[in-house]
Write a protein that binds this ligand. Structure first.
Ligand code: PMP
Length: 462
């Protein structure tokens, strides 16, 4: 009798489960239809006001039905995320990557391109680091090592950070990663569950969105504007946070704008994150390339903060693939497990070279190089129909082209094909199609040449 009862109930459960799947398919079809209409009308796919309204109704409905609101919200977020995907909004390749591929292909065919698009520092690794590295290419540094990174490197970085920001962190608070990008990937994937929300301030490095989407997160973009000096509107931050929000991503100094957030803003964002019990990921990859000092989120206590940095820009060591994460012990343990399961460890000879770079003092030289290039670039761009805020740090200038209906991707494509100058279209960093990003960290003469061509094309309105 009992067995019979269970069988019957199971049949009903199965029926319901399949019904849910059918409803999901129907929802997806409708989302696609809406996407098609929006595309024809030229309207944006994402509508935060509508999503917010739906969230409120889910709240009321889940109370009424006696459901757990958090779970209901996460399921809604997964559906919304699916909807975005079927409307072609997810996994959209930023035009920037296409430009980069084409520019590399032109190089290969012997058409030498001036590269102002990618975030490669023009200076490359310090000669002293290269010659030291040769000495580390010995058996002793060619074995497996600990997933967290070698003790001496972790200690050296932590000591530097402690003394700079007046902290008291230990080596249990840091993990060495193969580059800053992996650090961001590890931080997001080990902390985010499908259906949880991630807040990203735009314009932003497109990788954040792509990683968070891969982890099943629902992205909430908050746009900042050049008219507001790229400052964050904190009331819109409060407004988008709900029970399903898990992570806020901050990048200071920012790629692409060069904006560095000041203590007041950092304090306020930190206060909101603490009050709402959210994690705050602070990507400070450009922290050593600043022109007006540096203020770090690390100065605000590290319980809820995941701090990411890298040797790629500071020392021009992009191909070494060396970055790190600083966070509380539990988060570092989770990241350590991911490293151990995936890459095992960062090669020890690379870590030794990084340890040497830390004490090389080369960052000052590179900062001066970029500062000099920045002055020159500002001069050249002042003769073009563009506007921008002088960056506080980083490798870039992000400018708006003062021209009607300017299309950054089309312009970048034409500039590459006709003038062999590669730039990054603003559309790749969010809703900034009238902007262009240029990397100013390269060779001084090349930069001048490239920017003069760019300025001429903009003046000629081509
Ligand atoms: N964060 C930001 C904001 C970046 O622009 C980059 C590189 N473009 C990185 C992190 C990661 O660099 P890497 O992986 O080379 O350390």
């Amino acid at each position: 009798m009992n067995e019979d009862e269970i069988r019957k109930l199971r049949r009903r459960i199965d029926k319901l489960t399949f019904k849910i799947l059918e409803l999901m398919a129907e929802r997806k079809k409708l989302a696609m239809e809406i996407g098609e209409i929006k595309r024809k009308m030229g309207k944006p796919i994402i509508n935060l006001t509508r999503e917010k309204k739906l969230t409120q109704r889910i709240h009321e409905q889940s109370i009424k039905l006696g459901l757990n609101y958090d779970s209901a919200l996460r399921i809604l977020n997964i559906l919304v995320s699916e909807g975005r995907e079927s409307q072609g909004e997810k996994d959209r390749e930023p035009a920037f990557y296409r430009i980069f591929r084409e520019a590399k292909e032109m190089d290969r065919r012997g058409n030498k391109v001036i590269h102002l698009e990618i975030g490669e520092p023009g200076y490359g690794p310090p000669e002293t680091v290269i010659s030291k590295l040769k000495g580390y290419l010995v058996k002793k540094y060619m074995t497996y090592t600990t997933p967290m990174g070698i003790e001496e490197l972790r200690k050296a970085i932590i000591e530097k950070v402690n003394s700079r920001y007046n902290l008291n962190l230990g080596t249990e608070n840091i993990a060495i990663t193969p580059g800053g990008k992996f650090a961001v990937y590890a931080a997001i994937t080990t902390n985010l569950s499908p259906g949880e929300k991630v807040v990203i301030f735009d314009p932003s490095w497109p990788i954040y969105r792509l990683i968070a989407e891969k982890a099943g997160g629902l992205i909430v973009n908050i746009e900042t504007r050049i008219e507001d000096n790229w400052e964050i509107d904190l009331s819109s931050l409060e407004d988008v946070i709900d029970e399903s929000t898990k992570l806020i991503l901050l990048n200071t100094p920012n790629n692409p704008t060069g904006k560095m957030y000041r203590k007041r803003e950092l304090d306020e964002i930190n206060e909101i994150a603490n009050r709402k019990n959210l994690l705050l990921l602070s990507d400070e990859t450009y922290s050593e390339i600043t022109f007006n000092g540096m203020e770090s989120l690390l100065e605000h206590g590290y319980q809820n903060i995941i701090y990411v940095n890298s040797f790629s820009k500071t020392y021009g060591m992009t191909g070494f693939r060396l970055g790190y994460v600083i966070a509380n012990k539990q988060i570092i343990q989770r990241i350590k497990n991911l490293i151990s399961l995936s890459i095992t460890c960062v090669p020890p000879f690379i870590q030794k070279a990084a340890l040497y770079a830390l004490s090389s003092g080369e960052e000052e030289k590179y900062r001066l190089h970029i500062r000099k290039n920045l002055m020159e670039a500002r001069g050249i761009l002042s003769e073009a129909p563009v506007e921008f805020k002088a960056p506080d740090g980083g490798l870039y200038i992000f400018f708006r082209v003062k021209r009607n209906k300017f299309n950054s991707a089309n312009f970048a494509e034409k500039l590459l094909l006709e003038e062999k100058v590669a730039v990054a279209p603003g559309e790749s960093f969010g809703n900034y199609n009238e902007f262009i990003r240029v990397n100013i960290s390269g060779n001084f003469e090349e930069l001048r040449k490239g920017l003069k061509i760019l300025a001429r094309r903009l003046r000629e309105n081509q």
